[in-house]
Design a protein around this ligand. Sequence first.
Ligand code: HSE
Length: 330
Amino acid sequence: MALVGFGNVGKAVSRVMLEKRELFQKIGFEPTVVGIFEKKGSWIDEKGLNLPEILSYGESSPSWVEGANAKEWIPDLDCELIVEMTVTNIEDGEPGLTHFREALNSGKDVVTSNKGPLVIAFPELMDLAEKRGRMLLYEATVGGAIPIFYAAREALLVNKVISITGILNGTSNYILTKMTDEGGSFSAALREAQERGYAEADPTYDIEGIDAASKLVILANGILKIKKKLRDVKIEGISKITPEMIDLAMEDGYIVKHIGYVDRNKIEVMPRLIPKSSPLAVGGTLNVISFETDIAKDITFIGRGAGPRETSSAILGDILYINKIRKENM
Ligand code: HSE
């Protein structure tokens, strides 16, 4: 495999792969990382890179190739899987979108944490993957570590998912929780969320609901199988919520939460009043995702929606799933 993007998430995936070597051996998974690509250059060795060395010495490691970039290397690189973890860009999906296309066109499976390409071109990318007989998995893009796509695809396969409701952004949930529990100010809570590494590069994406809307687009396409785009989402952020509004809601037994909702007629994210006892009333940076289904009825998942290590759990889950399927079909 090759890792494209070696920021916090890429590094966490590498570290967890080293940590879980014994488990991998036990289940017969022996990954060889032949390329790690970042902006300024890459580490490349088709016989297999030395991950501990790269994690310790970075660009001083002998496999470093200054200026080598993923776009040029992906098509001919001798590997079966591209793990795409570059930063989300919902303007045009790049550079991830090109990486996805190059990988699928050259017969490689793709696992990603990058929302951008999926928000911009979900149907096109799925068609391409199918045409090329490749898999494109994206568990880490929505709800971080929470295995919702796996659940929908496997355990809940017999169900029709009717609607999905949830808190899809950890940063805005953290801000609202702080304001509710401690009566803190909006800006102080945002600063803390940024310090914890949860916020997007541009935190207005978190606060104004654009990140949550992007995730709704992925849920709509990936689970409800409807071709929604970002412009279809009715979006209202949390920047106008005041401590007074929160206090008033509390007096009546409600809390203010930033709730995403999608069904076949409606797709929206906005502040809503939620009863304190609702399963949706999760605090801190937690995410919650609730499926309304025809057979199983309501199913709610709660967990960590961000954080490099947590996200690596979803990425490695996808990698192991592909490994299993490929082995079964060998
Ligand atoms: N900024 C996002 C959040 C990160 O706060 O949930 C995960 O997509």
